[in-house]
Structure formats: C-alpha cells, structure tokens
Design a protein around this ligand. Structure first.
Ligand code: HDD
Length: 723
C-alpha cells in the first residue's frame, strides 16, 4: 500500500546532505584541494595569466553559467510543500479511482501555489489570481489537479490563452508593469472578451489578495469526469476549502508588503509547516450524472461558469494536509511540473474546450522548461512502477534492461494492462457532429453569473470591488480603455458602473438593456468561509515594548498567545536587551532581547498588535512617531489592537476616535477590535479575584477578536479611513 512515506523515501534516494566530514569534489568525483584560486602562472611578487587547463575552475564557472532554466511562462512565482491526501468517505458510487474510493490510503502529494503574471522574482502579495496545483502520487500513477483559487476562468477556449497572457503580462514595448493587471492592455482585452466579465469580478474581489496561501480555496476549475465500476459516467468539479477560513489582506497592506516583505506568502507557508500548524483543506466534489448535463441555463463545460451550490451541492469526501517543507527549492518547487492530462483510472476528461487545450499545453511547456525526460526528475516521478518502451532523449536516467524496446515482441515482455489489472480504459463516448470553429449557443451568455457573483457579495466586499476596479482603471491612461470598461460594468450593476466611472473619469454609464435577475448564490462570498472551530493558530502578533514595560501583562499575554498556537513577536526600539519595570539598572537583570526593532518589521506583517503598559515604556513609545504610526496603520488595516495599563492612553492618543470605547477600572472592553484593560492594582483577596476575572475576560476578547481576522465594522462605520 502506498503510504505518505513512499514519496519521501523515494526522494531520499536522490538526496545528499554535506557534513563537516565530507570533502568538496568536482562533479566527476575527484576531491579538490583549492576552490578559491584559479590555476595560474605566478611568481612571488607577480600574479600572472590564468590557465585554461584548470579543469576545476572551468567546471565551477560552466556550472554557474548554466544554472538558470526558463521560468514558467505563467505562474513563474510560487512556493510549494509536501503533504497527504486522505479520504473519509468513499465515492465509489461515482468513480472506481482508488484514490477516491479507498479510505484506508494516505496518498502523498505536492502542492504548489503561485501568482500568475509576475516573473519568478516578483512579490507575493500583488493583486493576482493564485495557482493551486496539486500532484497526487497515487498507487495508480500521478494525478494532477492544476487549479486556481478562483473557480472560473477568463476565457472559454484554450486558443485564446496566448492572447490573454500577452495582454496581462508587461506591455511589449517597455516591459511595464511587473506582476500587475493594472494597465491598458489587460483591461482592453477584458473589454474585448465579454466572456471574461465573470472572472474579472472575482479577480477584483479580495480573493486576489489572500492573507495566506493557507487561507485560500482551491478549485479544479475545469469540468472533468468520473467513471464508476458499472461504467457510468459523471461530470465533476473539484473543490478544496481551507480549515482556517478564507481571508484576505486589505489592499493598502498588500501594496506595502510587496515592498516590505516580497516573500510574505512563501515565508508564511514555510513557517506554519515548520511550527507544526499544518494547513488543511476539505476536499469536495460537485457531481452531475451523464444525461443530466443539459438541464442548466449554462453549459456545464464552460469554464467561465460556476455550478451554483444550490443546483449542485458540494459533497466533501476527503482532506488534504500539508506537513513537510521542501528540502531544496529548485529541485522540488521549481522542477515540479504539472499536466492537466495526467489522470488515473476512474477519472477522465470532458469536452470542456479550455481543458482540451490545456491537456496539450502543459506537457508541451515542460519540454522547453525541463526536457523530454522531465518525469524522471525525483519530484515528478510516480511512486508506482513506470514501465514502457519510451526510450532515450536528453538526460535519460532509467536504464531499461532487456533485449527488446518495442511491442509486440517475441518474449511477450511488458504487454498492456487489462482493465482488471488496472489499465486505463477510455469511456466509450458516442460522438457525432460537424467540424466547426465555434461553441454551442449557451457559451454566448456572459453576464448572468457576473451579476450573481456581485449580488452575493457583502457590503464590505462590494466596496472593495469598486475600489479595486477604480485602482486598476486609474492606471489605464487611454480613455477608450476605462470608458468602455465602465460602460460594460453597467451590464452587471449600474451603481457599480457609475461609482467606478466617477472615480476613474469618463461619462457616467447609462442602464444596460440586459434585465438584471437579482439572484444571489451561496458559497461565493468569502466571508461565508469562517473556520468551523475559531482559531488564532499561526496568527502573528506584534508586541511593542521599551524599557520599563509591564512584565506581568507581557508574560500573561505571551503565555495566552502561545497556548493558542499564535506567534508573539516582540519589537522594541533596538534589538538588544530591553528591561522590564523594576529590572532597569539591576546588575543581575538580563533583560529581554526583542525579535526585531521597529524599523525592521512593520505593522503590515502582523495580524494584531499588543502593547503592555509600564510607565517608562509608554513614556518612550508615545514619543516615537513610528510607534504611533504602527498603531494607526494596524487600525486602518482593521487589525485587532490590544493594550493594558498605561498603553491604553497611547492607543487612545494614536487613534483619537470617540467611537472607540476604552476599558474602565472595573471592566475590560473590546470596541471595534480594540481590546483594552486598565487593571488597577488590586488590594485584598476579593479584588485580586475580581482583577483576575477581568484579565481573563480581556484575554478572551483579544483572542476572539484576532480569530475574526479583521474588524469589518471599523470599515463599515467609516472609522478605518479616518485614522
Ligand atoms: Fe495554466 C501553468 C492553472 C488555463 C497553460 N496553470 C499553470 C499553473 C497553474 C495553472 C496553477 C502553475 C502550475 C505550477 O505550479 O507549476 N491554467 C490554470 C487554470 C486554468 C489554466 C486553473 C484554467 C482553468 N493554462 C490554461 C490554459 C493554458 C494554460 C488555457 C494553455 C492553453 N498553464 C499553462 C502553461 C503553464 C501553466 C503555459 C506554465 C507552466 C506550466 O504550465 O507548467 O502550460
């Protein structure tokens, strides 16, 4: 049986781990005595010419000169991790695929997340669709689901993909802008392809600025098929829903992080796995039996459409967990290569015109990126035997023994597998028709689901979509681009079109001739995806201190955060010892060394901020513009802010809003995501008990507020923009 260890064990066979005992060698194995000086003619006082003879010197430079391979033409920037897929309910009624029917298996997987438009060195937090590409190393072969964090796509037909990507990538004359859709060509293309309307509504929502790869949904997007043992076929869409909920950054924050920490998502994934907070997703399928596919207003093979959950419920049957970081980025995350065409028995394709084209494209791109033998690379190699008569090609690794390399052969070596032996049998499908360049009628309707999506958003999400479109179109200088596009928005919603037009300029759009349906659907608003069990695990909390801080409040909050698996990160005016109140000046005091100083890490990199009191500390912090800015910026980004004792005054001064209620002497208060506790000095047992209760209440409120991700009320009531 394949266990999750099978892939890890296989990879180990290709690993080296240098130790102090090892000695440096050339690639041909000979130990080297000097790798710092090129062989040359020299005398004591003169350095003479270098000798081409130096085989070691030449090898080192040759190897370096050829280190780069072509980056992916799209999805070049990414991060990946290993994990496990488990099934908790067999789907044998719809498929005979082992990976979807055998609940005793643990299938090893590799998942690569990515942005689409940016080059390999671009920033993680740009506004962009995120790739969600999963390779399952099943016992029957590799099964790749090459998906995104958005369930629909911009185009219906694969033949449009080069145009789409050319329009989205930097413009050809000047290679500007990097990793952005905010430019003339992209929005020109969006207008020219009304089929893209639904997808760009998703792209302008908060889905494209995720807080973390761990907090995104994954979708197979295309329509695949499943076959069961009886030979019945079903159309299927694949869904992954994160245990931590679906959460995003706010736009101002995403922009700043792109500069402050371009590796934000990559680090976040790595650190969470490293600390044992393994990201998990529920795996679900939406299934339509063959024969029922025509009963929908839309064509179920059209990748620009969702299958609304009201019509086709999601059946959750499995779980995906990421639990191991890569050992080396290049050989694993960079060389991993996915193909939508890689399927296993029980799973098949549909006539989805986007999928059909993808099935050609992925294998093809791996040839130019990695060469014909790319499936022999350790990260891509299946865990089951690979036996066939494909031979040779550049960089072939397998040594295939035997007298023959063809079938049929006189030895009857390596025949094809029967169905019983697990051979892949294509579903017999009756096909009849006329050869045409075109698609069926239903593919021509482009606005209904764009409206459905917009209608299903919360007020906060709607205002973010307006702001995102206003930002993007503000970057288009050519009036024909932003004027036509704002006019198009009236097909979705007139208020949206007019609000955006007011912001970006041009005439106010008139109502469209299309009759709005006014419908909403479940599962489209990301705010519906809160974790089933509220959690602050892996949330990073900045703790701001200076000399004289209150160590009791500090210790209590750090302990509570750690107990809940959150990550407290201490910041001070310097990254050398900071002394608590009472500790200062004592020769025995060691102080606390902060993790960073205030210039090193900005508020954008944290989920919440806590400032313990202590007169000395607050006297220092209150005079530091950076600290005031820290609190104000976190407030503007809707993050939880907590303060105790004297720090309550600091927060009050930084935020300066009457609407925020602060703690009294007898009560801890949580108001608009600001948790405060004044904690008067208790006298006597009764007061100590009372103070402990208040402190506990403060901690509960603080942690609950962090678990909510952001305080949307602050934005809805117009407070965030005032600070
Ligand atoms: Fe694609 C990469 C997702 C349509 C052609 N695609 C790529 C990756 C993801 C997707 C996640 C990165 C894989 C990795 O991490 O290595 N692509 C999608 C989705 C699509 C889609 C969800 C719509 C349903 N793609 C699409 C079309 C074509 C391609 C229509 C071409 C006809 N995609 C490619 C590619 C890439 C790729 C050029 C670049 C690198 C690679 O394949 O391995 O072949």
């Amino acid at each position: 049986m394949t266990t999750k260890a099978a892939k890890a064990d296989q990879l180990k066979a290709s690993m080296v781990q240098p130790t102090k005992m090892d000695r440096i060698t050339a690639d041909f194995g000979t130990k080297q005595s000097n790798t710092d000086d090129w062989l040359r003619i020299s005398t004591n006082d003169k350095t003479g010419p270098m000798l081409l003879e130096d085989t070691f010197g030449r090898e080192k430079i040759h190897r370096f000169d050829h280190e780069r391979i072509p980056e992916r033409v799209v999805h070049a920037r990414g991060a990946g991790a290993f994990g496990t897929f488990r099934l908790f309910e067999s789907a044998q009624d719809v498929t005979h695929a082992g990976v979807l029917t055998d609940t005793s298996r643990e299938t090893p997987v590799f998942l690569r997340f990515s942005t689409v438009l940016g080059s390999r060195g671009s920033a993680d937090t740009v506004r962009d669709v995120r790739g969600f590409a999963l390779k399952m190393y099943t016992q029957e072969g590799n099964w790749d689901i090459v998906g995104n964090n958005i369930p629909v796509f911009f185009i219906q037909d694969a033949i449009k993909f080069p145009d789409l990507i050319h329009a989205g990538k930097p413009e050809p004359d000047n290679e500007i802008p990097q990793a952005q859709s905010a430019h003339n060509n992209f929005w020109d293309f969006m207008y020219m392809h009304s089929e893209a309307t639904h997808m760009y509504m998703w792209a302008m929502s908060d889905r494209t600025i995720p807080r973390s790869y761990r907090m995104m949904q994954g979708f197979g997007v295309n329509t695949f098929t499943l076959q069961n043992a009886k030979g019945e076929r079903h159309f299927v869409k694949f869904h992954f829903t994160p245990e931590l909920g679906v959460h995003s950054l706010v736009w101002d924050e995403a922009l700043k992080i792109a500069g402050q920490d371009p590796d934000f998502h990559r680090k976040d994934l790595m650190e969470a796995i490293e600390s044992g907070v393994f990201p998990k997703w529920k795996f679900g399928i939406q299934v339509i039996p063959e024969g029922k596919e025509d009963g929908f207003e839309f064509d179920i093979l059209d990748a620009t459409k969702v299958w609304p959950e009201e019509l086709v419920p999601i059946r959750y049957i499995g779980e995906l967990e990421l639990n191991r970081n890569v050992d080396e980025y290049f050989t694993e995350t960079e060389q991993v290569a996915f193909c939508t065409s890689h399927i296993v028995p029980g799973i098949g394709f549909s006539d989805d015109p986007l999928l059909q084209g993808r099935n050609f494209s992925y294998f093809d791109t791996q040839l130019s990126r990695l060469g014909i033998n790319w499936q022999e690379l350790p990260i891509n190699k299946p865990v089951c035997p690979v036996m066939n008569f494909n031979r040779d090609g550049a960089m072939r690794h397998t040594i295939a023994k035997g007298k023959v390399n063809y079938w049929p052969n006189r030895f009857e070596v390596q025949p094809a597998a029967t169905e019983k032996e697990g051979g892949y049998v294509d579903h017999p499908q009756k096909v009849q028709g006329i050869k045409v360049r075109g698609k069926s009628e239903k593919f021509k309707e482009h606005f209904s689901q764009a409206e459905l999506f917009y209608n299903s958003m919360s007020d906060v999400e709607k205002s973010h979509i307006k702001a995102a479109l206003s930002f993007e179109l503000d970057h288009c200088e050519e009036p024909i681009v932003y004027e036509r596009l704002t006019k198009r928005l009236a097909e979705i919603n007139l208020d949206l079109a007019q609000s955006v037009a007011t912001m970006v300029g041009g005439p106010s759009p008139a109502p469209s001739a299309r009759k709005a349906h006014g419908n909403k659907a479940a599962g489209l608003s990301q705010l519906e995806y809160m974790p089933e069990r509220l959690t602050v695990a892996s949330r990073k909390v900045a703790i701001l201190i200076a000399d004289g801080y209150d160590s009791i409040a500090y210790t209590a909050v750090v302990a509570a955060l750690k107990a809940a698996q959150a990550v407290p990160v201490v910041l001070g005016p310097r990254r050398s010892a900071i002394f608590a109140a009472g500790e200062e000046g004592k020769s025995s005091a060691k102080g606390l060394i902060p993790d960073h100083h205030f210039e090193g890490q900005r508020s954008t990199l944290f989920d919440a901020v806590f400032i313990p009191g202590g007169q000395g500390s607050i006297d220092t912090l209150i005079k530091m513009g950076r600290v005031t800015h820290y609190v104000r910026e976190a407030f503007g980004h809707l993050k939880t802010i907590a303060a105790t004792g004297e720090a309550v005054g600091l927060v009050e001064r930084a935020v300066q809003l009457d609407e925020i209620q602060l703690s009294t002497d007898s009560e801890a208060v949580l108001s608009y995501g600001v948790a405060t506790l004044r904690h008067p000095k208790p006298e006597g047992l009764k007061q100590v008990i009372q103070a402990t209760k208040i402190a506990k209440h403060f901690l509960d409120q603080f942690l609950w507020s962090i678990s909510q991700h952001r305080c949307w009320e602050r934005e809805l009531d117009g407070l965030a923009s005032q600070v």
